[in-house]
Structures are given as C-alpha cells and as structure tokens.
Design a binder for this molecule. Structure first.
Ligand SMILES: Nc1nc2c(c(=O)[nH]1)N[C@H]1C(S)=C(S)[C@@H](COP(=O)(O)OP(=O)(O)OC[C@H]3O[C@@H](n4cnc5c(=O)[nH]c(N)nc54)[C@H](O)[C@@H]3O)O[C@H]1N2
Ligand SMILES: Nc1nc2c(c(=O)[nH]1)N[C@H]1C(S)=C(S)[C@@H](COP(=O)(O)OP(=O)(O)OC[C@H]3O[C@@H](n4cnc5c(=O)[nH]c(N)nc54)[C@H](O)[C@@H]3O)O[C@H]1N2
Ligand code: SF4
Ligand SMILES: [Mo]
Length: 708
C-alpha cells in the first residue's frame, strides 16, 4: 500500500494505492489528511483508470514526411528535438525557442524545467499555464502582503469561522472535500457566496446557511468597493489594526467614498439592503467571531482581476483580518501544484525561491547554484498569452516545448493558438496522453504519471507533501527529469540536470534558500516523517503554517492597502447590446481542465459527455431555444467565419438573465475557448476567461451537428 495524493487539484487529497488484480492496476482509497479528512471527489476515486488506459502513450512519436505521427526510438526523437532547437536558435537566436510549463508539475520538474530554459536553452521565453490560473491573485498578494501564498493559514482554520465570504469560487464542484471546512460558517448562517450563477456552492447557502449574492459578471470590484464604503461610513473599521499593521488606508477610504449602496446596486444588481447586511455580518464576525474572505477564478480571471483581488484584500485589511487570529484572506489555488509551480522559476520574470529575475542578488545566487556566469542567465521573458500570440511569427517563438499543459484547448482564443502551433518549426509535447496539443506536435515524448514517480507538491495551503511511486512505469515511457537531462546533454550541457527527484529537490533547497519561498529546511526525510511542513521553512528553522502573524513581508512589515478603481463603470444591463449575453466559463465536477485526462475516464465522460450552455428560461424563450437544443455561441462583433462554440442548451433558472455559462473541458468545436478573447489583465497577464460578450443562435437540427 502506498500513501500518496490525488493527481488533480490543489486540495491534494490524500489517498492510498493498493495493488489490484482488477481492471485498474491499483485501488484507490481516501486517507486522512487535514484538507480532505479521508474524502475524495469523483475524479480522485476514478483516477486509477488512466494508469493503464489503452490510449496511454508508450513510445515517442515523430511526425513523418507523410504528415502523420509515427512511433520512434527515444534516441531518434531526442536527436530530432535537439537538432530542431539548434536550427531554430541558429536562425532566430536563443529566444526563438519557448517553454510552456505547468502548475501540474511536481516541484522537482518545475524547478528543473525553469533551469533547463535558462541554462540549457538560455532562452527568456518561458512561462506556464499558471498564468491562466493564479497570476492575478498572486500579483495582488505580492502587492499587498509582499508575498504570495494562496492560503496563508491551514485550511482547517476555516472550520471555526462563523463567516466566510467566498467570491467567484465553486468549491462544491471544484474541490468537493473542501465543503466540510465550511460547516461551521453554514451552521452559523454565515456562508456568503458571490457568483452570477446559483452554483452548487451557492446552493450551500440555502436553508438559513447564508446568503447568495448574484452580481452581474465582472462587477465584483464595484461590489467590494461598495462593501468597503459601508464599513467606512458606519465606522466598522478595525482602526487599531490599520494603524499598527498597514499603510495606505487613507487613499482607500477616499477611493470608496463614491460607492454608496444604491449606486453599487445599480451597477451590480445586488440590492442595497443585502449589501448593508453583508457588511454588517462581516464587521460583527471580524470583531467578535472568526471571518474569512476567499477568492476564486470567478473574480480573478478578468482584465481587472488583480484589482478585484486587491479590493478583496483591502476589505479584509479594513476588517483587521490578515495575519490575525480572527480570520484572514486567501485565494484558492487550483492546480495540483499550482502553488509550488509558481515558486520555482517557471514564470517569465522569476527565479527559484520566488525571486525576481531582474534582482541582481537573486541572479548572483542562482548563478552560484547553477554554476554559470550571472550574465548568462537571460532576463525576463513574456507572459503566457503574449508568448502564445508570437508563435511562428517574426520576432516570436519558432520552437515550443510543452510540459503539462494543453493550450490548444485551454488557452483563450484557442483557435488562434492552434494556428500558431501549426506555424511552428518545432512543437515538442511531453505528455502521457495524445492531448489536442500533442496531436499537433512534431515530437511527442511519453512521460510518467503521478503514481509512477516520486516527487513533492505544494498544496493550496503552502503545505509541501510527498507524491510516491506505487507502480512500475510502462515500457517506453520515461521520466520528465530524464528527458531534460538527456536533452541538456544533447545541447552541450551535460551536467546539472539530475534524474533522481530527491537529488533535484536537494538542489531546489539550495536554490530557494534565502528567497521568499524558502524550502531549504525541507527534506524528503522530513516529509516522510509525517511532519506538517508549510513554507517558508528555512534551514535550521521551522515551517510557517500561519503567515503574517508578526509582520507582513514588505520591508516595513506592513500590509499595503492599494486604492483600486473600476476601469469601466457598467450601467447595469445597458452594458450589453440587445440579444447579447455575458459568457462565463468554468468547471464541472466530473472534468479536469482541458479534459485531456478526465474525458478518458469512462464514468466521468458518461456523466458529462459534452458541454451544455446554461441559459435562463426567459432568455431561451426569447431566442426560441428549448432545453437540450443545439445552439451556436459566437463572440459579439465577429464575422461569419469566426470560431464558434457549438453545444446544447441547458435551460435553468440558476443563472442570471444576462449571463450564460459553459464549461471549458471539451475540445474542437465544443471548446468554450473558441469564443473567449485573448484579453489580459495589465498587471498580471491573466486572461479574461470569465466574461466574453456573446450572441447565441439556435441551430437548426439539420444544419450542423453537435459534437461532444
Ligand atoms: N472539477 C474540477 N475541479 C477543479 C478543476 C477542474 O478543471 N475541474 N480545476 C482546478 C483549477 S486549476 C482551478 S483554477 C480551480 C478553479 O476553481 P473555481 O474558481 O471554483 O472554478 P470556476 O468554475 O473556474 O469558477 C468559479 C465560479 O466563478 C463564477 N463566475 C464566473 N464569472 C464570475 C464573475 O464575474 N464574478 C463572480 N463572483 N463569479 C463568477 C462561475 O459561475 C463559477 O461558478 O478548480 C480546480 N479544481
Ligand atoms: N475558458 C476557460 N479556459 C480556461 C479556464 C477557465 O476557467 N475558462 N481556466 C484556466 C485555468 S485556471 C487553468 S489552470 C488552465 C489549465 O489548462 P491546461 O494547461 O490545458 O491543463 P490540463 O488540462 O490539466 O493539461 C495538462 C496536460 O498535461 C498532462 N500532464 C499532467 N501531468 C503532467 C506531468 O507531470 N508532465 C507532463 N509532461 N504532462 C502532464 C495532461 O495529460 C494534460 O494533457 O486552463 C485555463 N483555461
Ligand atoms: S478534490 Fe481535488 S485533490 Fe481531492 S479528490 Fe477531487 S480532484 Fe483530487
Ligand atoms: Mo487553474
């Protein structure tokens, strides 16, 4: 029996794997752990089916002259990659090669991938799918606290909360075992869910358990300014905390002055009296109980996501919560290693230990650890959406290495990304399944799955944990560390790329030492001893389950309130043209991300075989759309040949009249990212997945099929 963790989301539910003689090589059982307490969701329970799946890649593939992918030896495939990289770099310079990483990679892989880009490829062009996921909340956290760790406290602290304000997060589907940590707040009637949909999480507020606020999409910033306005006006601020622990409060007080409740009601649709009641609840709880404010992708994946997360942090600071024993602010990290993945150097502007690549001291430290000259380390690159927009174009990237992402499905304006991937001289994809991105590749390299290798992950609480090997990998697949090691050697960098995860972790410890995300006191032995390990964990010190208790991470020790303002002030429904809707995209319980994994699990695909567009009955009736009927969704203002999302309608009262919702887990014409736009937040580079203006048409049954 092997004790490990789920391959999917950032809750990193603990599980045991027991060898099995049945259809799957192991049997999965939940294991007691602070985040899941033995519980697993449907994705976790069924994860073993992918280990011996018939579509599992077991040999490298190379695109032949006939245009088809054919099996090849590792030697031939790696030589093809290395020579392709050399050709592109000769022609276009070092930055002609790009790397696209992932918050799904273990800490060891993420670290060595960043090092591979900077030391073996010497390219600045590396970024990762976490840019789609955590970048706005990370930017806001860095700005306010001087440090970004999703939850600066253990998840179990939520258990004692009597009030939890959950903005743009649907944990009932995205992290089902999380819901048990909301039991206290629900029992106290204090779960407040902010979501334009009556999502399964919003339903948890029913029967006296709390309140559901359903603002128009992308009006959360105004909603938060409105709540802050009420706190200020009623004198419900924690003045002594603000004086002792923060700076910038005056400018925030001024900036919320104009957001009186009736004005906020007009912009968001949330009634003024509900706003006042919500503010009172937060203030009472912060004073006498325990109050948490949490954000998810619903408020972060907008072009103003950093400012919206900042407004949520400001609200928490006005209430005196961050770093106190009476509550806090946190963002719910998404991918399995979404936290660790953003600490070890996959970000275009970052070096390991959450260091800035422009900081001379950081560069000098890494130059020593890596045994290179400081000036050999490239400068900052460009964030993911920009990187993907340059594929195959002059001055852009002409070869791309993809590790742990499926941007052909998950990137905004995915059809344009697929065209860019086609323009590349060389696309190399490491995966264990023929994902949509892998299908476009010139070389596909089959790597190991979670239960076949050792490693560490860092969950949404900044808790570092061990992933353990329970199975022998299939013949033909190789570990990603081995791939990087071999490729580096072929590129003339024979040393410095260990193939053993433990050795990679030892180097990561040194690389992170002294950085914000300091792992230097953590070892495999420590993790295996069952110790609770939260970073920062400096050598010779201890871990940090609760951050900011004494001071924030800015040099003056204070948290910064930063005044933020909405860029555009929507005028209620008038912001939309006639027959226009806000398309919000997001998740279903059964599928994970681009669906590359979960669309291959029988029970999950049977439960959710295709996307459905949630639309309100009144809107559907106006457009002549019946429940279950095929519809075509197109971005407003696009021409007749622009990409469309084709799916069936799900007519439901659980959504606002002006909003429709589609999951993004499906491919090709059923991909929601056919319609989303590559618009990004100016601070973080986070794409706006959560609002696109669309028009919807019923599809005559005979004119076009609906794909699943
Ligand atoms: N089942 C499942 N679980 C997952 C994942 C998965 O793919 N599938 N992925 C993991 C990852 S990487 C992530 S990042 C997390 C994401 O976890 P969540 O953030 O919980 O997931 P989403 O469905 O993207 O968005 C949450 C909610 O935001 C709402 N929303 C949309 N627009 C707005 C808005 O303008 N304002 C507000 N207030 N709400 C809005 C949507 O209606 C939706 O219910 O989930 C993780 N867990
Ligand atoms: N419209 C819309 N689009 C979105 C979002 C949204 O809410 N709406 N959410 C965004 C968010 S938050 C995220 S996080 C992204 C994620 O989107 P993607 O980056 O596409 O994520 P996955 O589908 O998890 O893709 C992971 C791929 O890597 C493979 N893989 C898994 N583990 C490993 C590994 O260790 N090594 C290697 N080499 N491969 C591995 C899997 O088989 C899979 O093919 O999608 C974003 N896209
Ligand atoms: S909640 Fe996340 S970590 Fe837990 S079982 Fe489900 S997918 Fe896995
Ligand atoms: Mo994510």
């Amino acid at each position: 029996m092997t004790a490990t963790h789920c391959p999917y989301c950032a809750l990193q539910c603990a599980m045991t794997l027991t060898p099995s003689a049945g259809d799957t090589p192991v049997e999965i059982a939940g294991r007691d752990f602070p985040t899941n307490r033995g519980g697993l969701c449907r994705k976790g329970w069924t994860a073993a089916e992918l280990l011996n799946h018939p579509e599992r890649l077991s040999s490298p593939l190379i695109r032949g002259d006939d245009g088809a992918l054919r099996p090849a030896s590792w030697e031939e495939a790696l030589e093809r990659v290395a020579s392709g990289i050399r050709t592109v770099q000769d022609r276009h310079g070092r930055d002609g090669v790009g790397v696209f990483g992932s918050g799904g990679l273990s800490n060891e892989k993420a670290y060595l991938l960043g090092k591979f880009a900077r030391v073996a490829l010497r390219t600045s062009r590396i970024d990762y799918n976490g840019r789609f996921c955590m970048s706005s909340a990370a930017a806001a956290g860095n700005r306010a606290f001087g440090l970004d760790r999703g939850l600066p406290f253990p998840l179990a602290d939520l258990d004692t909360a009597d009030t939890v304000l959950l903005l743009g997060s649907n944990v009932a589907e995205t992290m089902p075992p999380f819901v048990q940590h909301l039991a206290g707040a629900r029992a106290a009637g204090g779960l407040i869910v902010v979501d334009p949909r009556r999502s399964p999480t919003a339903l948890l507020t029913e029967d006296g358990a709390g309140t559901h606020l359903a603002p128009a999409p992308k009006t959360d910033l105004i909603l938060l300014l409105g709540l802050a306005h009420i706190l200020v006006n009623r004198g419900w601020l924690d003045d002594s905390y603000l004086a002792a622990r923060t700076s910038g409060v005056e400018s925030v007080i001024r900036s919320v002055a104009a957001w009186w409740p009736e004005r906020v009601q007009a912009a968001t649709g949330v009634p003024a009296d509900v706003l006042v009641r919500t503010a009172r609840r937060l203030a009472d709880s912060a004073r006498t109980g325990s109050c948490y404010i949490l954000t998810g992708r619903g408020v972060e994946q907008h072009s103003d996501g950093t400012d919206t997360a900042t407004a949520a942090i400001n609200l928490a600071l006005l209430l005196g919560l961050p770093g106190s024993a009476r509550g806090g602010y946190g963002t719910l990290t998404g991918q399995g290693n979404g936290q660790g993945g953003r600490e070890h150097g996959q970000k275009s502007d970052q070096l390991p230990g959450y260091r800035k690549i422009t900081d001379p001291a950081a560069r000098a430290h890494l130059a020593t650890v890596w045994g290179v000259r400081e000036e050999e380390i490239p400068g900052p690159g460009v964030p993911a959406v920009e990187l993907l927009s340059t594929l195959g174009l002059p001055g852009g990237v002409h070869a791309l290495l993809v590790h742990g992402a499926n941007p052909a499905v998950s990137a905004p304006d995915a059809a344009a990304v697929r065209e860019g991937l086609d323009r590349l001289d060389l696309l190399v994809v490491c995966d264990f399944f023929p994902s949509e991105t892998a299908r476009q590749a010139d070389v596909v390299l089959p790597v190991l799955q979670w239960a076949e290798e050792e490693g560490t992950m860092t969950n949404l609480e900044g808790r570092v944990l061990r992933r353990r090997r329970a199975l022998r990998p299939p013949e033909g697949a190789r570990s990603e560390l081995w791939v990087l090691h071999r490729l580096a050697a072929l590129l003339g960098v024979p040393g410095g790329f260990p193939t053993e995860p433990r050795e990679a972790f030892e180097e990561l410890r040194r690389a992170s030492a002294g950085g914000l995300a300091d792992y230097s006191g953590i070892s495999y032995e420590l993790l295996d001893s069952g110790a609770e390990v939260h970073w920062p964990y400096p050598a010779g010190g201890g871990g940090t389950p609760r951050l900011f208790r004494e001071r924030f991470a800015h040099p003056d020790g204070r948290a910064r309130l930063v005044a933020v303002r909405p860029a555009v002030i929507p005028d209620g429904a008038a912001a939309l043209g006639r027959d226009e809707f806000h398309l919000a995209t997001g998740r279903l319980l059964e599928h994970y991300q681009s669906g590359a994994q979960t669309r291959r699990v029988t029970a999950l695909l049977e439960a959710q075989p295709e996307p459905r567009l949630q639309i309100h009955p009144a809107s559907a009736a106006r457009l002549g759309i019946m429940d279950g009927a095929p519809v075509r969704v197109r971005r407003s203002g696009t021409g007749p040949f622009a990409p469309r999302l084709l799916c069936r309608a799900e007519v439901t009262t659980f959504i606002r009249l002006d909003t429709v919702f589609a999951p993004f887990h499906f491919a090709d014409g059923a991909s929601a990212n056919q319609v989303t736009e590559a618009v990004t937040d100016p601070v973080s580079g986070m794409p706006e997945f959560k609002t696109t203006r669309v028009r919807i048409e019923p599809v005559a049954a005979s004119s076009e099929g609906v794909t699943g």
